[in-house]
Design a protein around this ligand. Structure first.
Ligand code: NAD
Length: 287
């Protein structure tokens, strides 16, 4: 069997087009231009690339984009004040603080992120949004797992009643993915670094999500023949070589569908951020 390749490029384009139409509708019907503010502190080169991509996507879709650049030596108080200012700004509906923060304020990341008005928290990290996701209320959900779910839907992959296994229990990917899949009536198991007999568990999965951060960790023998494999991992193994958490070349012979790295889940994240900005507007104006 050779798996169908789930191309992030195609799905991201579909998600963005749907966001673009919603932006247009919000502008026409309510005279509101959705606005996103991204705060970047310091000079992390990878963060600068991510922020540029977010800005570019906003421009493509007609979303107002404000990039707030703050110096490496920004204090916690200065950053909190900036967030307060953006929380109060009428033309900004989504706020995102690009992570990681510089070492000097890194330890305060939680306090800083929690300062964002939950209705503007387009990363979905605020405890209020986490709680809503867990209890099944409308919430802003972290973009990467939300993008994975959207992709499964767009690909016509059934979730209800399926056995899903997630490897990784981070707040950004693993845990929200658990709640998203469970809310769609999958039977979900979350594995992590202390899981015993990992391959036995992963081989039960109809849908296997890998979010570990270890290159080619998931080998073909860990995958049930015909499973759908979603590879969230992004691992740089050489200056210009990215690989996922799944051994793609082997897994493609076992799975029925698989996301590649690069060109898979990574592209969905920014697309989903655009959808979250639209969702934030709708939640704020209850439209
Ligand atoms: P993390 O480091 O916070 O979590 C990794 C998880 O993997 C942990 O829960 C840990 O228990 C589990 N793990 C580690 N070793 C294991 C082992 N031997 N067996 C089983 N489980 C093990 O990472 P994260 O933030 O969830 O990110 C995971 C990967 O996804 C990374 O490669 C990251 O770069 C990537 N990622 C991609 C996107 C995107 O596509 N936009 C977004 C976020 C993260």
């Amino acid at each position: 069997m050779t798996a169908k390749i789930l191309s992030g490029k195609d799905f991201a384009a579909q998600i963005k087009e749907s966001a673009r139409l919603e932006v247009e509708e919000i502008k026409n019907k309510f005279n509101i231009t959705p606005g996103l503010a991204v705060i970047i502190v310091g000079e992390n080169p990878a963060s600068q690339v991510y922020v540029r991509n977010k800005h570019k996507s906003c421009e493509e879709l007609g979303i107002k984009s404000e990039v707030v650049t703050m110096p490496e030596n920004t204090t916690k108080e200065e950053l909190l004040n900036k967030i307060d200012e953006l929380n109060a700004a009428k033309d900004i509906h989504g706020i995102l603080v690009q992570l990681p923060l510089p070492d000097a304020i890194k330890n305060h990341s939680e306090e800083i992120l929690n300062r964002i008005n939950p209705l503007k928290d387009v990363d979905g990290f605020h405890p209020m949004n986490v709680g809503k996701l867990v209890t099944g209320s409308p919430a802003l959900v972290p973009c990467t797992p939300a993008g994975c779910l959207e992709m499964l839907d767009l690909a016509g992959i059934e979730i209800e009643g399926k056995r899903a296994v997630i490897i990784g229990r981070s707040n950004i990917v693993g845990k929200p993915m658990l709640h998203l899949l469970m809310s769609r009536n999958a039977t979900v198991t979350v594995c992590h670094s202390r899981t015993k007999n990992l391959s036995e568990v992963t081989r039960e999965a109809d849908i296997l999500v890998a979010a570990i951060g270890k290159p080619k960790f998931v080998t073909a023998d860990m995958i049930k023949p015909g499973a759908v494999v979603v590879d969230v991992g992004i691992n740089r193994i050489a200056p210009k070589k990215l690989v996922g958490d799944v051994d793609f070349d082997a897994a493609v012979e076992v799975a029925s569908a698989i996301t590649p790295v690069p060109g898979g889940v990574g592209l969905l994240t920014v697309a989903m951020l655009m959808k979250n900005v639209v969702k934030a507007v709708k939640l704020q104006y209850q439209i």
